[in-house]
Design a protein around this ligand. Structure first.
Ligand code: ADP
Ligand code: MG
Length: 255
């Protein structure tokens, strides 16, 4: 992307995800301590921070892989409560890509991609396969459609996982350290697929320590520590002028 970080302003669009004073406990352990976050449509947020700071828990709360105990999460105008209908609606709009790709090993790439659309969305097989091939093309991997995940490299598997999410037509994509389990030479191909997605206007919340990605794609970078958002800024300011000591220490360790 040749767009410069300092000229990239937050899209002036509707709010896609709103998180208000979110708290979560694991038993006695207070893991999220009052998170506030508003993500506009087409906005791209990068979340970074030390291990154990609550990044995964936060994004897992957004599609209810974890339940929060206090505060509000609203996705595309739908509030995440115990209402099963709302949970289903939100899950149908939120795509998620994990560190470990979670593909079904006994299904081909194409079958991995068409499973959800056919069985959950009731899309006819032929149409589901056409859509799957379209997204496999997009992540430059259509020639692998009939292979099994175990026959692919980690980078290819992660691109399949991205394509699989896209087949469900998500309105927002969550990524939880999508490149951290990959060998260095495969990181770029996955980041490139994510950059293309960003260029097409996908709303994205990405937990990553790939600071080059953050600089070139994010509208805002959030730094979490101890279950709180300690600092939030444009990539330019975040990297050039970190304000908090904890942010400075973190950046000095990873850059
Ligand atoms: P991060 O993704 O920033 O590394 P996590 O959200 O995975 O952090 O974890 C935040 C804290 O919550 C860590 O101390 C972790 O050990 C704890 N934690 C995560 N999942 C659970 C769980 N299911 N039960 C109890 N503690 C958990
Ligand atoms: Mg994590």
């Amino acid at each position: 992307m040749n767009e410069k970080a300092e000229t990239r302003s937050r899209p002036d669009s509707e709010v896609m995800v709103e998180i208000v004073d979110l708290h979560k406990w694991f038993g006695e352990f207070h893991v999220l301590k009052g998170i506030n976050l508003k993500v506009h449509k087409q906005e791209r947020i990068v979340i970074c921070g030390p291990s154990g700071s609550g990044k995964s828990t936060l994004i897992r709360c957004i599609n209810r892989l974890e339940e929060h105990q206090k505060g509000r999460i609203v996705v595309d105008g739908i509030e995440l409560t115990n209402n099963v209908k709302n949970i289903e609606k939100i899950r149908s709009e939120v795509g998620m890509v994990f560190q470990h790709f979670n593909l079904f090993p006994h299904l081909t790439v194409l079958e991995n991609l068409t499973l959800g659309p056919i069985w959950v969305r009731k899309v006819p097989r032929k149409e589901a396969e056409e859509t799957a091939l379209y997204y496999l093309e997009k992540v430059h991997i259509a020639e692998q459609a009939h292979k099994y995940p175990g026959q692919l490299s980690g980078g290819q598997q992660q691109r399949v996982a991205i394509a699989r999410s896209l087949c469900m037509s998500p309105k927002v994509m969550l990524f939880d350290e999508p490149t951290s389990a990959l060998d260095p030479e495969m990181i770029k191909e996955v980041l490139d697929a994510m950059i293309e997605l960003a260029q097409e206007g996908m709303t994205m919340i990405v937990v990553t320590h790939e600071m080059g990605f953050a600089r070139s794609v994010a509208h805002r970078v959030l730094f979490m520590d101890g279950g709180q958002v300690v600092e939030e800024n444009t990539p330019e300011e975040f990297f050039n002028n970190p304000r908090h000591e904890r942010t400075k220490l973190f950046l000095s360790q990873i850059l």
